[in-house]
Ligand binder design. Structure first.
Ligand code: FES
Length: 57
């Protein structure tokens, strides 16, 4: 599913980044994929997906 429409980022993209790059904070996620850097509406959802992905690692 799309998490961030402004930057076309999916939950799969976020999970992959956590697995391959060790990303574990919203700051890193925003820097890598641009999540929550435009309209900001994806912030809450992105945070939840990130937390789940980090817990799975
Ligand atoms: Fe992510 Fe707009 S939906 S910044």
């Amino acid at each position: 599913m799309y998490v961030c429409l402004c930057h076309s980022v999916t939950d799969t993209d976020i999970r992959r980044l956590v697995r391959t790059e060790g990303v574990c904070t919203m700051r890193e996620l925003s820097r890598e994929l641009g999540v929550a850097t435009q309209c900001g509406k994806c912030g809450r959802c992105a945070r939840e997906v990130l937390r789940e992905a980090v817990d799975e690692v």
